[in-house]
Structures are given as structure tokens and as C-alpha cells.
Design a protein around this ligand. Structure first.
Ligand SMILES: [Zn+2]
Ligand SMILES: [Zn+2]
Length: 358
């Protein structure tokens, strides 16, 4: 019996352990994908830890979110189709990126392909085994997008970091001439947000972080301004740099500090969209909501048609590559430590240890 390898979380907070699994037999419309690229996301750090920080409300554990161990994490996957169930039409050998945000497929949002609004998601890499493996099973070919001819390591991160910020930007909406968009955080999500915002026609983009190396990367990718938010007068600086015309903020970090900065610096009728899940409490004067006619909203990952659109934008050469560092999957624990310590600019993408394996 043929086996496949994965690096699994077997205990919350502990390093991943290599595991051998029996190669699954696919049925129905299921597809077996041999993974050629698998991105490492900040959420993987939260999942590994086992909980998210709800501030004064305590913690939200991944057990409460329906995750069980052992689990193969990883939700930014690209690969080649190696087997398909009898009802699937996808061709063996086709190169695909996997949409991991699968919903219940039985509710109104799911029927409208708004999987990210589903309340009973079965996410690959959280509820189902994901991408830190040589192979993954996808329950329906509907969740595969053709990437033939594209570099899998470059497109895999669109499945989470790209898609998440694309969805968030759609909630900011279009801005007028002279109006500014701020991207809070210049990690994998933030850099993708700058690149995608640029492609969508946002002209005045300011990237904000506390790490100058990441800000340089943001500038390279198209940010028209950058701001190091560690300064005491960051709110004042942000207002000045944006001519008091900060109308949209996408927060890829999502902490008490970034929330406070965003709502203090935005002008009237601005929109603040949070996608980052660093955690803590979001606090602001209630009065600002009416008086500043402010929109504060959240956005969770994205939807399958949006991922198809993004891949098409990439194919058309509209999206600038964010820095990608490929590493071998067997070094996953070291990579997690590096990401945790802030030593990564852009995205770490795991590639198979031997390219021809399995
Ligand atoms: Zn992610
Ligand atoms: Zn649903």
C-alpha cells in the first residue's frame, strides 16, 4: 500500500511530527492532489498554539472551532492532480491551486458561492487535513483552480493571504482621486494587499508596520508612502502623510493598537476593515461611529469566485510578486519559529523535499 507523508500537529503548542498515512482512495467528485507548494500563514501559528486571544473574553480555542488532533495544517496549497473520483471531470496531471475555505454547501451563503460567510465551514488545514503534506484530498473539484503554466510557489499564497485581502479591499470599495488607503501590517497579507490594491487601481497607498525591512518591501511592491508605527506620534504622522484623506484601512494585523491607530487617523465617512487576528480588544469612543460616520467591519478569508479572479489577474500580469522564500517541508518547525520571531519578509512556501516524490 502506497503511503503519503505529512507533518502533523499532535498536541497543541508542540512541534509538528512527521507521519505516514495510507494513500486515500478518492470517490465521487473528490480529487487527490500532490502538493507542489504550500504557504505558511500567520494563522498557522495561532492554530498550532491552539487558541486565539479574545481579550477580556478570554480565549477561543480551536477545539471549540471544531478542530481535532492529529491535524495536518496548511491552507495555501498548489499541486498536481494525481487521482480523481469517478464523478470528477478534472484531468490527472493538471496543475491547480486549492480553495481551502470550503463551507457546509447547504446554506444560503454557500449556495451563492460566498463560502466565507458560512457559519459551518470545513476548512482544509483546520477542520480537514491540509497542506503540510505530500498529498491532500479535496472533497470536490469545484474547489480547484487551474494554474497550468504558473509557478505554484508564487500562486499558492493567493489561496489565503491574497484572497483575504482581496475580499477586504472589496469591502473598502473604490476611492476617489486624492483619497488614501492604508494597509496596516506589511507581512504576507499586507504585501499582497499593497500589490492587489495597486492592481485594482488604488493610487494612494500607505503601508504601516513597525519593521523598516518590511516597509521597504512594501514600497518596492508599490506603496506610495510608508510609516513606522512605533513612533509616539504615529496618528499625527498618518494624518499628515495622507493629507487628512484617509478613507480606507485594511488591517492585516488586527490588534488593539492597530485598531486605535486606524479609527483615530481616518477622516469622516472612512471604512476600517479588519482581517488580521492578532487579537485583544477593539476599543473606540462610541460617539465616533456617528460623528465620524465611520464604517468598522470585519472580513473573513474569501470566496471561490474571488480566488479564480485573482489567479486570472496574476495570469494577466497585473499582480506584482511578493517576496517568496521556498523551504523544504521537513524544515516546517524551524520555519514556524522564524515566522513567530518576525524574521520573515514576505511568504515562506514549502516545497517537497524531493521534487519527484510520491
Ligand atoms: Zn492563512
Ligand atoms: Zn454554508
Amino acid at each position: 500500500m502506497e503511503n503519503y507523508t505529512s507533518f502533523d500537529l499532535t498536541e497543541w503548542g508542540e512541534p509538528f511530527e512527521e507521519a505516514l498515512h495510507e494513500m486515500p482512495q478518492v470517490t465521487g467528485r473528490e480529487v487527490l492532489v500532490r502538493i507542489t507548494a504550500s504557504g505558511l500563514c500567520h494563522s498557522d501559528l495561532h492554530i498550532k498554539k491552539g487558541f486565539m486571544d479574545l481579550g477580556e473574553k478570554g480565549k477561543l480555542t480551536f477545539t471549540e472551532r471544531g478542530a481535532t488532533l492529529p491535524l495536518t495544517l496548511g491552507h495555501e496549497m498548489a499541486g498536481d492532480v494525481v487521482a480523481a473520483g469517478p464523478d470528477a471531470t478534472v484531468t490527472v496531471g493538471q496543475s491547480v491551486v486549492v480553495f481551502p475555505w470550503i463551507g457546509c454547501r447547504n446554506c444560503t451563503p454557500c449556495a451563492e458561492d460566498r463560502e466565507s460567510d458560512c457559519t459551518s465551514m470545513r476548512i482544509l488545514g483546520i477542520h480537514r487535513n491540509g497542506g503540510f503534506a505530500t498529498h491532500v484530498v479535496v472533497e470536490d473539484e469545484k474547489f480547484l483552480i487551474d494554474i497550468d503554466g504558473l509557478n505554484p510557489a508564487k500562486v499558492a499564497p493567493y489561496a489565503c493571504s491574497g484572497l483575504t485581502v482581496y475580499n477586504a479591499l472589496s469591502k473598502v470599495g473604490s476611492l476617489r482621486d486624492g483619497q488614501w488607503l492604508a494597509i496596516l501590517g506589511a507581512g504576507g497579507l499586507g504585501l499582497n494587499a499593497v500589490a492587489i490594491a495597486k492592481a485594482l487601481g488604488y493610487r494612494h497607498i500607505i503601508a504601516i508596520d513597525i519593521d523598516d525591512t518590511k516597509l521597504q518591501a512594501a514600497q518596492k511592491i508599490g506603496a506610495s508612502q510608508v510609516l513606522n508605527a512605533s513612533a509616539d506620534d504615529a496618528v499625527e504622522q498618518l494624518k499628515i502623510l495622507t493629507d487628512n484623506q484617509l478613507f480606507g484601512v485594511v488591517d492585516t494585523f488586527g490588534s488593539e493598537q492597530t485598531g486605535a491607530l486606524a479609527v483615530a487617523a481616518m477622516t469622516k465617512a472612512g471604512t476600517y476593515v479588519v482581517v488580521g487576528q492578532h487579537g485583544g480588544d477593539f476599543k473606540m469612543p462610541q460617539i465616533w461611529l456617528p460623528q465620524k460616520a465611520m464604517t468598522v467591519r470585519g472580513s473573513h478569508v474569501g470566496n471561490s469566485p474571488q480566488l479564480a479572479t485573482l489567479i486570472q489577474m496574476y495570469r494577466d500580469g497585473k499582480l506584482q510578486d511578493i517576496p517568496i522564500e521556498t523551504r523544504s517541508l521537513s524544515a516546517v518547525n524551524e520555519a514556524i519559529d522564524d515566522l513567530q520571531a518576525g524574521r520573515v519578509t514576505g511568504r515562506i512556501v514549502f516545497v517537497p523535499d524531493t521534487p519527484d516524490a510520491g
